[in-house]
Design a protein around this ligand. Structure first.
Ligand SMILES: *Cc1c(COP(=O)(O)O)cnc(C)c1O
Length: 428
């Protein structure tokens, strides 16, 4: 956190610096490459877009370079003779990924990208039959998820308009109530084949009660999957205990794996041994021992690896391994505690300036993100970045999202965000 030059001395900045210095979990900002601020009092940006693309760990470049070096030195032998042999490289991510999402090691696998994994999971777990054909998502689902479930309906010869149910908050409310999801499932659950929600809503930042909703979905006889794009690395997860059928997450948001980095996937233990489940298969989904025997028939292992298709992109896995190692080192409990302190501070500062925060005020019902309603979100975010070095993220027409990422965001960043937003709102 370098703040050379005449950084403004205000009560808010002083307080923020004191909070940074006294925090029980000192920032790991020094381990990340923080983009420069565009001039002004601060050398570095106040980066709040880690829910869109997390910052680059300094260790990442060397880790990719090591694989390039092994490729140069060994060619094809790198598969077995590399420092981290490529044929088993994804195994290195298994245990830290499992710890991050609260899974057993054989329930997780690093593969593909998020939307691809959602499709692979739906190929197995979305099995419309009889009157049980519907897919339930949230009305504010991320567009990729909407497109994915609609295309699954079409794939099964169903009409997406009749098949996809979008759960809406009550009139005048911003968030889905757990009791309403439960009531819907009690009423119409017999028609629901799949419940697929975001663990943390990308737009409002609402943290869902994944445990209660998973239980309600399963009690209704539906398959339950979670999109953890905004939850992984943000909030503590206990996927195994909650009993979700599947989950998938990207690794470039809170996990800092880099643009398009390899995603994660969870399949509950009760399914991994079920050889009768329909899957879309490829050679990386057969037992390791038999893979290079080029056997005519697939022999899936009793793990989430059975859903793998291809040999993984090692250069895109290397940064993800770096990320999981950082999360493993710090641990989600400490990180979540710091996240609540940072986001709580930002929420207080936003309240002081009269910002219209749509994210739940209860810390237990949100992660690291605060979404603020600002007319002309795009122009506002642009000004925050250009004039104040505060990088937030606009979702048109009227939401600007701020995510203090507890690995590298600071109380001083939160102070800067509040000052900058106040200035932008004042000049509207
Ligand atoms: C970021 C995000 C995606 C992006 O999907 P990719 O397949 O990684 O491009 C999908 N769904 C949600 C909820 C997201 O937040």
């Amino acid at each position: 956190m370098s703040t050379p030059g005449p950084a403004p001395v205000t009560a808010g900045a002083d307080e923020a610096r004191r909070l940074d210095a006294a925090d029980p979990l000192p920032t790991l900002r020094g381990e990340f490459l923080v983009p420069p601020a565009p001039g002004g009092a601060y050398a570095e940006a106040a980066y709040f877009a880690g829910n869109s693309l997390g910052l680059q760990p300094r260790a990442t470049a060397d880790r990719i370079a090591a694989e390039l070096a092994d490729w140069a030195r060994l060619g094809v032998e790198g598969h077995t003779q590399g420092r981290r042999p490529w044929v088993d490289y994804h195994e290195l991510l298994r245990e830290p990924a499992a710890r991050l999402v609260g899974a057993l090691p054989h329930e997780v696998v690093a593969m593909n990208t998020l939307t691809v994994n959602l499709h692979l999971m739906m190929a197995t777990f979305y099995r419309p039959a009889g009157e049980r054909t519907r897919i339930v998502i949230e009305d504010t689902a991320f567009p990729s998820d909407s497109y994915a479930v609609a295309s699954q309906a079409v794939h099964h010869g169903l009409d997406p308009a009749a098949t996809v149910v979008r759960l809406r908050p009550r009139d005048g409310e911003e968030h889905l109530r757990t009791e309403d999801v439960r009531a819907f499932l009690e009423r119409e659950g017999r028609t629901v084949a799949l419940l697929l929600l975001g663990g943390v809503n990308y737009l409002t930042g609402q943290l869902m009660d994944m445990e209660a909703i998973t239980a309600a979905g399963r009690a209704a006889g539906a398959a339950v999957g979670w999109d953890l794009a905004h939850a992984a690395g943000n909030v503590p997860l206990r996927l195994h205990d909650w009993g979700a059928d599947f989950a998938a997450w990207c690794t470039y948001k809170y996990l800092n794996g880099g643009p398009g980095s390899v995603a994660g996937c969870f399949v509950h233990e009760r399914h991994v041994r079920d050889a009768a489940l329909p899957r879309l298969s490829g050679w990386w989904g057969t037992e390791r021992a038999g893979r290079f025997a080029m056997a005519p028939d697939i022999a899936p292992p009793p793990t989430a690896d059975a859903w793998q298709l291809s040999n993984p992109p090692i250069l895109a896995l290397a940064p993800v391994l770096v990320s999981y190692e950082i999360f493993d080192r710090v641990g989600m409990p400490a990180l979540r505690a710091k996240s609540e302190r940072l986001t709580g501070h930002l929420a207080r500062r936003f309240a002081e300036i009269g910002a219209d925060v749509v994210t739940p005020a209860d810390p237990a019902r949100r992660g690291a993100q605060l979404s603020v309603r600002v007319a002309g979100a795009g122009a506002a975010a642009e000004r925050l970045a250009r004039e104040h070095g505060v990088i937030a993220d606009a979702r048109e027409p009227d939401i600007v999202r701020f995510a203090p990422a507890p690995l590298y965001s600071t109380f001083l960043d939160c102070h800067r965000a509040a000052e900058a937003l106040a200035a932008v709102l004042r000049e509207k």
